[in-house]
Structure formats: C-alpha cells, structure tokens
Design a protein around this ligand. Structure first.
Ligand code: ADP
Length: 159
C-alpha cells in the first residue's frame, strides 16, 4: 500500500488544500493529512478546530484519508506512519524556494522519505489560508475559498 503524508498548518483548510488532496489520491492508496505545528506561524484555530474542519471538508474521502497530528519533524512522523512520501502543494514560484530548502533538508534527515509536489488548479493558485482570514476579517466574500462549514467557523471567530 502506497502511503503519503500531507503536512501543513491548515489554518484553516481551503479549496486549494482540498485540490492537492484529490490529486495526491490519484497516486497514493492512502493519504494522511498531518496537522503540524509550524514554529513560524501563530494559528487562528486550535489543532482540534483545524482537524474538525478538515474532517468536514474531506468527508467524501475519509475511507482513504486519515487525519493525524505532528509535533516533531515531518520526516520522522512520516516514517512512523509508514509513509514513503511527503506531499506538498505548489501555487507559484514563490512557494518553490521554501519547498526546495525543505525537501533537501528532509533528505539529509532521512533519505528514505522523498517529497512529491502537485501543482494546484489555476483557480486556486492565488489562495492561501492567510488571504482567506484577511478577507473574512473585513467581511469580504470568502465563498470561493473554502467549504461552507469552514466559512461558518471563520465568521464565528470574527463575530
Ligand atoms: P505550511 O505552514 O506547512 O506552509 P499550509 O497549510 O499553509 O502549511 O500549506 C500546506 C501545504 O499546502 C503547502 O505545501 C502549501 O504550499 C500547500 N498549499 C496551500 N494553499 C494551497 C493552494 N491554494 N494550492 C495548492 N497548494 C496549497
């Protein structure tokens, strides 16, 4: 069984993340969405809130997707979970530099775990959790960004 892990903050999950999950599921038999702690990012939602939103957003594919958490190095967690690859999404050239560094650092840490990248659909290439939160904060239209359940939760944060 081919297992991939898709790590990220998912603060909150957007249609861009969902698009990457769907693409990865064409390659992997099972995908583990790994809700990670990013030391450079302060999150708006708690880990449990983020997991709850992911579960709702990926309702239709929970037979092949599991959700897990990670407070350690991604490669170590990936190995523990029996994964062969780390899945990441690429939106634009700006993502490349960071992903390039992370991939090579991860290879130094454990060369048995490789990274695999999926380019998002054009419709989502401008989308990030940060942009979604900024637009929501000022009551803009966030419908194109994330499923209704996620939008409900984000509106509740700002109300
Ligand atoms: P991180 O803190 O690890 O960057 P994110 O939740 O921001 O966590 O992103 C997780 C992964 O999903 C990253 O590989 C990121 O590039 C990718 N991603 C985020 N938004 C999109 C999007 N709109 N389209 C494609 N990939 C995306």
């Amino acid at each position: 069984m081919k297992i991939g892990v898709y790590p990220g903050s998912f603060d909150p999950i957007t249609y861009g993340h969902i698009d990457i999950v769907k693409r990865a599921l064409k390659v992997f038999d099972k995908l583990i969405v790994l809700v990670s702690t990013n030391p450079h990012k302060e999150t708006m939602f708690t880990k449990d809130e983020r997991i709850d939103m992911i579960r709702h957003a990926l309702e239709g594919c929970l037979d092949v997707v599991t959700i897990d958490t990670n407070d350690t190095l991604t490669v170590h967690r990936a190995k523990e979970l029996g994964a062969t690859h780390i899945v990441r999404g690429l939106r634009a050239l700006t993502d490349f530099e960071y992903e390039f560094q992370m991939t090579h650092a991860n290879r130094v840490l454990d060369k048995s775990i490789d990274s695999i990248f999926f380019m998002t659909d054009n419709r989502y290439s401008y989308m990030s959790s940060t942009t979604l939160k900024e637009i929501a904060q000022f009551n803009g239209n966030v419908e194109p960004f994330a499923p209704p359940y996620v939008l409900e939760k984000i509106r509740a944060k700002f109300s």
